[in-house]
Design a protein around this ligand. Structure first.
Ligand code: NAP
Length: 238
């Protein structure tokens, strides 16, 4: 494989990027940290949709597009599949397996924000671990609820919401403390499938706290799906 364009933004993508030589490109949206210690090239920022990505692939002579973005980053994954098709190169994707509920779990799946708010009604002290989306709804918090919102960075909350800025991996002991101190009675989460953020699910199980799970988006079909970094690296070197 002569030249890879790796679409990243999650831990596994960075692990793959660390194995790539200087002819390859690691691409980031620019919302998180940008690594400065990689051998491969790093490109930051969007392409202006699938057309722009296809143009970049042609201009740079990319031979393989690797989609290692977050399972909820549906737009870029769709753009990747379309752009690779337009440019006539294969698109492979790293698709993390989803978490599965275990014995003792009380999971309630929702498809969007409206369904989430309805499922939240019986609860008083939710912990949101969905990223920044709830920030747009702080003025809608009912008087009987107090929200704890965990995001990558700290943002201003209000009298009914505190925002905590924290980046994984999260340790089980700290998660237990968080649930205990704030008397969390419901957890709201994506089904990211990442081991770095999984301990909150164990704590919810231990405490009998229900979990409202935002359903995974359906992602575009690609030429090849790999379930883990090791599988992907083996496929690349084959
Ligand atoms: P998204 O809705 O699928 O993508 C929005 C736009 O951001 C894309 O159309 C593209 O812009 C640009 N973009 C996204 N990933 C890119 C990449 N790797 N390289 C260059 N441009 C990229 O994505 P999102 O949910 O906002 O997530 C943004 C990034 O954060 C993703 O790379 C994702 O892997 C990472 N991330 C997301 C989550 C999550 O929960 N969604 C969690 C952790 C990390 P153009 O159309 O202009 O090309």
């Amino acid at each position: 494989m002569k030249r890879i364009l790796l679409l990243g933004g999650v831990t596994e993508a960075l692990t793959i990027a660390r194995t790539l030589g200087p002819e390859h490109i690691y691409s980031l949206a620019g919302v998180g940290r940008v690594p400065t210690d990689l051998t491969c090239q790093v490109r930051v920022g969007g392409y202006g949709g699938a057309e722009g990505l296809a143009q970049f692939i042609r201009d740079e002579g990319v031979d393989l597009l690797l989609d290692a973005t977050h399972p909820y980053a549906a737009q870029i994954s769709q753009n990747a599949a379309i752009a690779a098709g337009q440019a006539g190169i294969p698109c492979w994707a790293l698709r993390r397996p989803a978490w599965q509920p275990q014995h003792g779990d009380d999971w309630r799946e929702v498809g969007d924000w409206d369904e989430l708010i309805e499922a939240l009604q019986p609860f008083r002290r939710p912990l949101f671990t969905l990223g920044r989306e709830p920030l747009q709804h702080l003025h809608e918090i009912p008087p009987e609820q107090f929200w704890t919102l965990r995001a990558l960075d700290v943002y201003p909350g209000n009298e009914r919401c505190e925002v905590i800025g924290a980046r994984g991996p999260f340790l089980i002991g700290n998660e237990r403390e968080l649930f205990e101190q704030r008397q969390i009675d419901v957890l709201i989460s994506k089904n990211s499938g990442s081991t770095a953020t999984e301990p909150k699910l164990q704590v919810a199980r231990e405490r009998g706290v229900p979990v409202i799970v935002l359903r995974r988006p359906v992602l575009a079909e690609v030429d090849r799906e790999l379930g883990s970094v090791s599988e992907l690296l083996a496929a690349l070197s084959a």
